[in-house]
Design a protein around this ligand. Structure first.
Ligand SMILES: Nc1ncnc2c1ncn2[C@@H]1O[C@H](COP(=O)(O)OP(=O)(O)OP(=O)(O)O)[C@@H](O)[C@H]1O
Length: 299
């Protein structure tokens, strides 16, 4: 759905994007993560056709996006700084969106109204709190029934209940209609339960882009205990990290979790258990050998 090839953007003499490559498949929920200033909003502004790249190209559904209304009609975008007509209320914004998006679903708009019960649709946007404005942006964006939703820090500033509510609306939309979602966040934890693909941005580059299943099948945490000392493990058994408490060893192992467990079982342990790794841990161990402070990027 989205293809970003080698995009470069310079502001003055600052290279904000330094050859970004990013690929979002149809129906994927793709989380774009990175620290402040990594370039997430800047690449999103390119993907949405607001900025023109200095070099490289961007396609949405096979079409270049810059100055292309046909490509832009495919997505709804919620930016980090929301755009509204400040004097308008939600009902007026609905009429505006309905005029722009042929796919606008008025039934859906009224059906999900209860999820946003603290918003008075007759209140002008100017009078709403920031969190309420964000909720209204969601309500309208989902109702547009876009093929693609592009969300820049969508739940930032929302309370935990509303965060969950918003994610659940997005997830059911994805499940029912196969909507593709590109969502940016500082926080891997936030995206862990919802995304099936993750890209990590740092210093104007996407350093790593993977599917969740690829990641979860590539590294695991195993706890193992032996009667005596730990026997020597095979040379090709790749342990990324190991700690021990008494006779219990906790190791982070590279490779398929089932295979790793089977191999360790052959060393006759007293007990063995494969434990889940958080996405954050997977990235830290996967990128651990690189010459940058991975923890600073992710935590
Ligand atoms: N219009 C602009 N003019 C000059 N510099 C800019 C402009 N837009 C972005 N930058 C710079 O580009 C870099 C990337 O900014 P960007 O907003 O894309 O980061 P981000 O990853 O979205 O950060 P955050 O998580 O804080 O929102 C920053 O150093 C920022 O100062």
């Amino acid at each position: 759905m989205i293809r970003v090839n080698n995009v470069v953007k310079t502001f003055g003499d600052f290279r904000a994007l330094d050859g970004v490559n990013l690929h979002v498949r149809d129906g994927a929920i793709y989380g774009l993560v990175g620290p402040n200033g990594a370039g997430k909003s800047t690449i999103i502004r390119h993907i949405t056709g607001i900025y023109k790249p200095d070099a490289g190209n961007i396609e949405i559904a096979g079409m270049p996006v810059y100055e292309n209304p046909q490509a832009k009609a495919r997505f709804a975008y919620i930016p980090d700084d929301l755009f509204y007509f400040q004097q308008a209320d939600v009902m007026e914004m609905k009429r505006f969106y309905k005029g722009i998006y042929k796919t606008f679903d008025e039934d859906l708009f009224f059906r999900i109204r209860d999820a946003f019960s603290n918003i008075d649709p007759k209140m002008t946007i100017r009078r709403m709190s920031k969190g309420m404005q964000k909720q209204a942006a969601f309500w309208l964006a989902i109702s547009c029934r876009p093929e693609l939703m592009i969300l820049d820090e969508p739940v930032d500033g929302l309370d935990p209940v509303m965060r969950r509510q918003i994610w659940s609306i997005i997830m059911s939309d994805v499940a029912e209609h196969g909507t593709t979602v590109l969502v940016s966040s500082h926080n891997l934890r936030e995206l862990e339960d919802v995304c099936d693909h993750v890209g990590i941005m740092h210093h104007g580059k996407v350093m790593l882009e993977r599917s969740l299943s690829e990641l979860q099948g590539s590294v695991c945490k195993i706890q193992v205990a032996y009667q005596e000392r730990m026997p020597k493990l095979p040379a090709d058994f790749e342990v990324l990290h190991m700690s021990s408490t008494g006779r219990v060893y906790t190791m982070i192992v590279k490779g398929n979790p089932k295979e790793a467990k089977l191999r360790l079982e052959q060393t006759s342990p007293m007990l063995i258990d494969v434990l889940p790794l958080t996405l954050e841990e997977i990235f830290i161990y996967e990128l651990g050998g690189a010459d940058y402070a991975v923890k600073d990027i992710l935590l």
